[in-house]
Write a protein that binds this ligand. Structure first.
Ligand code: ADP
Ligand code: MG
Length: 698
């Protein structure tokens, strides 16, 4: 496999455009992308026609505006290029108008009240900063995909791409202001970059098909622990089995074709758990690519008779899956602003941007926490294998000491104890890499970027990226304002670092985030500990959040409210589906499987006693099994009642609370009965594959 030939072969990328577009068109097109201005109609026509020819040569028959509605997945409606001729045949056509805008009937996508029913249409607009690409389906069909934003008639965002683009502009503008005060005259743009590591589970397709819970809810709602879990630590980075290697090879190839720079793959901590990571890119492309990664993982898995589980917690008692979202800022002339650098000037810049992060994350820890919230992640965060629900920053001891020394007005020293005066003296290089990385921190500085580890494995990275860009834009705005007014930039830089540490230094924690002591300590520091999605979602509508997103023109009040309603509904629907599946499995699988065993025991007791043989063991078993059976029956009926009650609550927030506190809570009690029965009832009578089957038979 010649990777250099495969990579990007299905992407209408710069190389293709340079080769195929007329010189003048290419120039104007590049400028529009650069300056983020609308594409002139004549140019759009030429681009569309060239794009169409390229796509058709590669087998495409259809095109689609590929967008990301608030469901969290992607949407596409395929239209063919055909246009009838007077002679009764067809020609293949694609105009600038078609490339730029689409008007899918969007009445079935969630809008949270943003779209009145009389205006069912949604409007899509091409994000030309993310290149068009071809998607191949398993049936040999090829479709030209145009990454697009999706808005209502009045321009309100109905999707996950629009706010990314807006937040990227916001952070670029404020970062440039800071850079200008530091004497940077050359950078024209600052881009937020993201590399999203994707964790996932694989399960055999045949076994998956026998688990209704996995099929409809993506996680096991029942299942006693297997005799072996992850305690031997033999899966993490272990040798990749041939069947999996085969799958991964296929996955890489499909992703490379679409220009996704998949680079890392390995076994994860839990049995049957894996990870892939791409090379980072600009945030909007990274978000598009992560959607493609999730989609392709599932598609390719099926080809290998596997099913890919993206759920945050498919199995109780084992590690769940997250999506480490690595985030940084870099200038268009290639400087990573979170890279310590070697000169005093670089250091001042670095420490200012680090200060912005500290300020932003401390002030908006609640919003950042919310960006990782979904019903799946509620099982994971704070469960001793994933970051707790408390946001803190891991900065590493050395960097923390430097920041604290500056805050105290002391001479800061880096290793080797040369004194530091930010931006004035010749500095020893700041620590480049934190070799002893703290794996327990939810938000860790990892040498030249931050790694946000709370993010939900099944979710779009849009939410966390938008939040990071926006909260950092605000912090940079304030820093820039101070610097612009300052007489002495160096003094002011030191003052900014000092003030940041005084006001926001509490967010830094380099210890063990999994420990009970940290929960107590965080409480003492006044850091928020938001344990569930329902609580977390409140931050969509509180004043602080509305003001922030409005000020930087990322999301309006009504857009935030719409998201709040949509995500609350999603939470309720997800728990409701889980409850439905629980009820169904208990009634139609588990109870019917246990009854014959009860009967068999009762008959055996009768027969044994008729011939005067002790039936003690059978009696004990019978008592145990029928006790559990009764409890399961009772709890299942209770679940149905709680579900009905919850549905009856009109206020959506209170309804969501009831689904969490009554419905989900009853499901958990019910599960205990069923899991206990699983350990007693003969294996041959058990109606579904066990954890051992699901986890160790790959
Ligand atoms: P880890 O730190 O998790 O061991 P890597 O250092 O290879 O692994 O990085 C993990 C992810 O972070 C990769 O997707 C990588 O491309 C991404 N990454 C590296 N540098 C940056 C950056 N400047 N901005 C955003 N993501 C980055
Ligand atoms: Mg990582």
């Amino acid at each position: 496999m010649d990777v250099t030939k495969i990579f990007g072969s299905n992407v209408f990328n710069d190389e293709v455009m340079r080769k195929r577009l007329p010189k003048e068109t290419y120039k104007v097109f590049k400028e529009t992308i650069d300056k983020e201005i609308p594409l002139p109609a004549e140019v759009a026509d030429v681009v569309a026609s060239v794009m169409k020819d390229w796509a058709i040569e590669k087998g495409a028959t259809h095109y689609t505006h590929w967008f990301q509605p608030l469901t969290g997945s992607t949407a596409e409606k395929h239209d063919s290029f055909i246009s009838p001729t007077a002679q009764g045949g067809v020609v293949m056509e694609f105009s600038g108008k078609q490339i730029n805008k689409g008007e899918p009937d969007a009445s079935s996508f969630p809008s949270g009240g943003l779209r009145a029913t009389f205006e069912a249409r949604g409007y899509t607009a091409w994000d030309c900063t993310s290149p068009a690409f071809l998607k191949e389906d398993g049936a040999g069909g090829v479709t030209l995909c145009i990454p697009t934003a999706f808005c209502s008639y009045t321009g309100e965002a109905l999707d996950k791409k629009t706010p990314i683009l807006r937040s990227m502009s916001a952070v670029s503008k404020q970062a440039l202001r800071v850079l200008r005060t530091l004497g940077n005259k050359t950078s024209r743009k600052v881009t937020s970059t993201v590399g999203a590591e994707q964790e996932y589970f694989l399960v055999d397709k045949k076994l998956f098909a026998e688990r209704l819970d996995l099929i409809v809810a993506g996680r096991t709602l029942f299942g006693a622990p297997a005799p072996k879990g992850q305690e031997m630590e033999d899966h993490y980075f272990g040798q990749i089995k041939d069947r999996i290697a085969d799958f991964m090879k296929d996955l890489d190839k499909e992703l490379w074709k679409m220009g996704v720079a998949a680079t890392t793959k390995h076994n994860e901590v839990a049995p049957s758990q894996f990870e892939m990571a791409p090379i980072f890119t600009t945030t909007n492309i990274a978000a598009d690519h992560n959607q493609l990664v999730m989609e392709t993982l599932q598609k390719v898995a099926l080809r290998h008779n596997l099913v890919c589980l993206l759920h945050e917690k498919p199995y109780v008692g084992l590690n769940g899956s997250g999506k480490h979202t690595n985030w940084s800022l870099s200038t268009d002339d290639g400087v990573n602003l979170l890279d310590p650098g070697k000169t005093p000037h670089d250091n001042a810049q670095f420490l200012l941007f680090i200060s912005a992060l500290i300020k932003a994350v401390d002030r908006h820890a609640d919003i950042l926490r919310r960006s990782a919230a979904n019903s799946g992640n509620d099982h994971r965060l704070g469960a001793n294998e994933a970051p707790p629900a408390i946001i803190s920053i891991f900065m590493g001891d050395e960097l923390t000491e430097i920041l604290e020394a500056i805050a105290k007005g002391q001479k800061a020293t880096s290793k080797g104890s040369t004194s530091i005066k930010v931006g004035v003296d010749t500095l020893p290089p700041l620590p480049k890499d934190n070799s002893d990385r703290n794996r327990t921190s939810p938000f860790a500085f990892t040498g030249n970027k931050f790694e946000f580890r709370m993010v939900a494995s099944s979710a779009s990275i849009s939410g966390p990226s938008v939040v990071l860009n926006t909260i950092v834009a605000e912090a940079l705005d304030e820093i820039a304002t101070r610097l612009e007014k300052a007489q002495d930039i160096h003094k002011e830089t030191t003052a900014i670092i000092r003030d940041t540490m005084k006001e926001h230094g509490r967010i830094i924690f380099n210890g063990n985030n999994y420990s009970y002591e940290w929960v107590k300590e965080a409480e003492r520091r006044g850091l928020p500990n938001i344990s569930s999605t329902v609580e977390a979602l409140k931050t969509f509508t509180d004043k602080k959040s509305v003001n922030l997103f409005k000020k930087y023109k990322v999301l309006s009040k009504s857009e935030l409210h719409a998201r709040y309603e949509i995500y609350l509904e999603q939470y309720i629907k997800q728990i409701n589906i889980e409850a439905n599946a629980s009820l169904d499995m208990v009634r139609s699988l588990y109870i019917p499987a246990v009854i014959p065993f009860v009967k068999e025991l009762a008959e055996t007791i009768e027969k044994l006693e008729a011939v005067n043989v002790s039936a003690d063991v059978q009696r004990k078993l019978l008592k145990q099994v029928s006790g559990l059976l009764e409890s399961a029956y009772h709890n299942n009926e209770k679940l149905a009642i709680e579900q009905k009650k919850a549905h009856g609550i009109t206020d959506s927030f209170k309804r969501a609370e009831a689904f969490r506190d009554a419905v989900l809570a009853t499901m958990n009690v019910l599960r205990k009965d069923i899991d206990a029965l699983e350990t007693i009832v003969p294996r041959k009578l058990w109606p579904v594959p066990t954890y051992a089957d699901l986890l160790f038979k790959l």
